[in-house]
Design a protein around this ligand. Structure first.
Ligand SMILES: Cc1c2[nH]c(c1CCC(=O)O)Cc1[nH]c(c(CCC(=O)O)c1C)Cc1[nH]c(c(CCC(=O)O)c1C)Cc1[nH]c(c(CCC(=O)O)c1C)C2
Length: 372
């Protein structure tokens, strides 16, 4: 497979990191307070984000490193040192695009694939191999530029969607309430499904390695639709691919490997398997108790695993005193659970959140997790 060469950047190519709490917690080391970032922290709840999006198409922003960097930095600028991490502005659906599929972002509706995969023969429409530098180099450039502009304030996450979640979009043609088309594939075409999942995995491994080569300091794999699968189907159609991603990305990077976290939303049954899948951190949604999660993870592996999460994003719609109380409780639960904690919501910010509610969450995490 021929691929365009990518320059490999190392820490020496960037300003020194001044806040490494996130990286330390992800490696399971103790930190003076729980580092905090939130999924979708660069998003529509921010007026400065909406102003920018009003002028530019979603995927145009993803493909323009200067614009992606500007959006990534918006929450860092607004909340200052209350945030301990940033995540590159992009989307998980850039990978189906790199495989040759058309994806549009329909305002107010979300992603739309005009020609989804409907039968196994449609796999022939996908590129036989993907040169990630040629197809997704714009994201690598966005990462490099953003890390320069972050100027060492906080580490930068790279990310990708998990194979099952990407397959779900590629077959459904967008979001779905039941995922019946994607699940029908699993049951009706298990071999074609395995082929698709395997091909996605190959591309995702190259993609994540490329993101680290470009300057990403930590990686997260989003399996947003894991909770749609039964434990048995997760075991067959998601976990093996998640495991391959962690193992091969780490293997390919060698001594340049970075911490990796995984978010399998809704898949509470999957914790023991995820704990053995090779990730440094596991992100929890709000349906899981931190204490029970830690117990299951500790029973499944002797590896050090950070837990991330997990306040219900809807708590941010509550009065500020309720946000404070619920956030304190969350922090206390993770303290009781023991081990490293990266504070976060249990899923992303919602478009109608008030940015001040997020500030209350961030301030409370800092205050509650600093207390000994
Ligand atoms: C990590 C990330 C994602 N999207 C965006 C980011 C970067 C910004 C950040 O997190 O701060 C920008 C990102 N991506 C999108 C938006 C909003 C759209 C806009 O501005 O028009 C933003 C800020 C568009 C998008 N993209 C997607 C949806 C969901 C649709 C559905 O319900 O099926 C939507 C609405 C797919 C998507 N995209 C992503 C996921 C995994 C995380 C999750 O579960 O939330 C998923 C499932 C990941």
């Amino acid at each position: 497979m021929s691929s365009t060469q990518q320059r490999i950047l190392t820490d020496a190519d960037f300003p020194p990191l001044r806040n490494d709490l996130l990286l330390r917690a992800a490696r399971g080391e103790p930190t003076k307070h729980a580092p905090v970032w939130v999924m979708r922290q660069a998003g529509r709840y921010l007026p400065e984000f909406r102003a920018m999006r009003a002028e530019h198409d979603f995927f145009r922003v993803c493909r323009t490193p200067e614009l992606a960097a500007r959006l990534t930095l918006q929450p860092i600028e607004r909340y200052g040192d209350l945030l301990d991490g940033s995540i590159i502005f992009s989307d998980i659906l850039v990978v189906p695009q790199a495989l040759g599929m058309t994806v549009e972002m329909v305002p107010g509706k979300g992603p739309h694939f005009p020609e989804p995969l409907s039968v196994p023969e449609d796999l022939n429409r996908l590129a036989a191999s993907v040169d990630v530098v040629a197809e997704l180099g714009y994201m690598f450039d966005a990462i490099t530029l953003t890390r320069q502009q972050l100027d060492g304030r906080v580490p930068l996450f790279g990310f990708c969607g998990a194979p099952w979640t990407l397959m779900a979009y590629m077959v459904e043609g967008g979001g779905s309430k039941t995922f019946s088309k994607a699940k029908t594939w699993l049951y009706k075409y298990p071999e074609a499904s395995a082929q698709l999942l395997g091909r996605l995995t190959d591309v995702l491994i190259d993609f994540l390695v490329g993101q680290v080569n470009a300057g990403a300091q930590i990686l997260q794999v989003f399996d947003s639709w894991a909770g749609e699968l039964s434990p048995q189907d997760f075991e067959q159609f998601s976990l093996p691919y998640l495991r391959r991603i962690a193992t091969e990305v780490r293997g390919r990077l060698g001594d340049r490997a970075v911490p990796m976290t995984v978010f399998a939303k809704g898949a509470h049954y999957a914790l023991p398997g995820l704990a053995q899948a090779g990730y440094n951190g596991i992100s929890l949604d709000w349906t899981l108790s931190p204490v029970e999660a830690r117990r299951q993870v500790a029973a499944a592996t002797s590896e050090t695993i950070a837990l991330q999460g997990n306040l219900d994003p809807c708590v941010l719609f509550a009065p500020h005193d309720v946000i404070r109380a619920r956030t304190r409780e969350m922090v206390e639960q993770f303290k009781t659970a023991g081990g490293a904690h990266i504070a976060n919501l249990g899923h992303g910010m919602l478009p109608d959140h008030d940015p001040e509610a997020l500030r209350v969450f961030l301030e409370t995490v800092r205050e509650a997790s600093s207390k000994q």
